[in-house]
Design a protein around this ligand. Sequence first.
Ligand SMILES: Nc1ncnc2c1ncn2[C@@H]1O[C@H](COP(=O)(O)OP(=O)(O)O)[C@@H](O)[C@H]1O
Ligand SMILES: N[C@@H](CCOP(=O)(O)O)C(=O)O
Length: 321
Amino acid sequence: MAVYTEISDDELDALLDQYDLGQALSCKGIAEGVENSNYLLHTEAGYFILTLYEKRVNAKDLPFFLGLMEHLAAGGFMSPTPITAKDGSNLKEVAGRPAAIIEFLDGRSVRRATPNHCALLGQTLALLHTIGSDFKLTRSNTLSLASWRPLYESCLNSNGSSLEDDLLPDIAAEIDFLEKHWPNDLPSGVIHADLFPDNIFFLKDRVSGVIDYYFACNDFFAYDLAICLNAWCFETDGSFNITKARKLLNGYREVRAFSQQELEFLPLLCRGAAIRFLLTRLYDWLNQVEGALVKPKDPLEYFKKLQFHQAVTTVAAYGLD
Ligand SMILES: Nc1ncnc2c1ncn2[C@@H]1O[C@H](COP(=O)(O)OP(=O)(O)O)[C@@H](O)[C@H]1O
Ligand SMILES: N[C@@H](CCOP(=O)(O)O)C(=O)O
């Protein structure tokens, strides 16, 4: 359960006094997520998500994240909208943390994605890129290439286990490689940057919600695809499911066409996406927050994904001709 910050009844009442949502009927910590504290808030006006922003979220980025959610929803995308308080703002403070109340979306994330879910994911991602393209605010990707070496170095300085130590030379070599070969001119715009299966809700055969915009930024569209290939197209035994990859990529290009260059760079972008999640997971593994109700994610899973992409030479490995 990701709850780093507890809120008292008085703090909750004081927050709700600032909204037109009536009194709180219940407020329960949510048993998913790793980044922020999330509560399922039930008030006289209905159900909402109360999010308290934690360590990785810089308060100065919140207008970008909350504004993006509003922009996407206004464009017909299935993003929740932040709720506006009586004073017109959508950002408040609770228990010393920045906080927002967000529209609750129906639907469920899938535990075992099928190829059909991957096709819907591809269409949805391309829709997000298209609708997001005229969003006026910008935010650079603070977890891209430039951040990987400092993140790696901070892992070196932690007291890790011998298992992590064994990986470190390979990670260093990979960062060297990525620094030499990372592209600097691919089609770019607003990307989600964390579109894992827990961040999409489905209702029957359609996508009913896309949540968790707290890594969203401006970066290569194809990097977002690389993140999704990693998060959705490997099975629990570590094998790569080429059918899911093909469905994801074909679903995407039904809505937005790839350039030849994007396809050529896809294997490299997948390596970068694997290093990004490997490093943040490793960092979190080595720096667990005492007393927090959260289950850290496995960094090794992303080391194995990295090894798969290191052996890829063309997009044929991802199911494309
Ligand atoms: N708008 C929403 N509607 C319904 N449930 C939500 C919504 N936002 C978050 N949740 C629930 O809260 C969980 C954690 O949210 P998430 O944004 O992924 O947290 P974190 O930022 O910590 O990763 C989700 O898995 C989902 O169960
Ligand atoms: N998706 C990341 C961790 C961030 O999790 P989320 O709860 O914000 O989706 C990972 O798997 O490492």
